[in-house]
Design a protein around this ligand. Structure first.
Ligand code: CA2
Length: 146
């Protein structure tokens, strides 16, 4: 059976490609999803790709992830820097978790340097745009094969 990876995207990431191209590039979230599907297929994985602006919905998706998914990739957007609820949900599941950010959060404002998600993630990729999601899939594929 093909193992499924859940890719979660937080608030405002639905706006990608429409504004702030200087920070986030011109790629849309739909484009990133398409690339992830291709990369996942090549790695023998399937992806389920979701976005929500709602913290509670993200928490519920994280809680339910182990029912159907073998690994989790998360770009929690601004909730990365604020959400203890998302950290608690991530800490409560035992799946491999990779945190992704399009921008290099360490090169940006001080308030973006701290990540609650990082406390529960196995690894973090930031600053490589949409490619970061594909690299996260590669990392998960290797972990799931071990
Ligand atoms: O770099 C990332 O991936 C972030 O998670 C993106 C978040 C930001 O709050 C984090 O600090 C870093 C923001 C996503 C908002 O995306 C937009 C895209 C286009 C226009 C406006 C916002």
């Amino acid at each position: 059976m093909t193992r499924k990876v859940l890719v979660l995207n937080g608030p405002n990431l639905n706006l990608l490609g429409t504004r702030e191209p200087g920070i986030y590039g011109r790629e849309t979230l739909a484009g990133i999803e398409t690339n992830c599907r291709g990369r996942a297929e090549a790695l023998g994985l399937a992806v389920e790709f979701r976005q929500s602006n709602d913290e509670g919905r993200l928490v519920t998706w994280i809680q339910e992830a182990p029912k159907e998914h073998a690994g989790l990739i998360i770009n929690a957007g601004a909730y990365t820097h604020t959400s203890v609820a998302i950290l608690d949900a991530l800490s409560a599941i035992s799946l491999p978790i990779i945190e992704v950010h399009l921008s290099n959060i360490h090169r940006r404002e001080e308030f973006r340097h701290h990540s609650f998600v990082a406390k529960a993630a196995d690894g973090m990729i930031c600053g490589l745009g949409g490619q970061g999601y594909e690299l996260a899939l590669e990392a998960l594929a290797k972990r799931l094969a071990q």
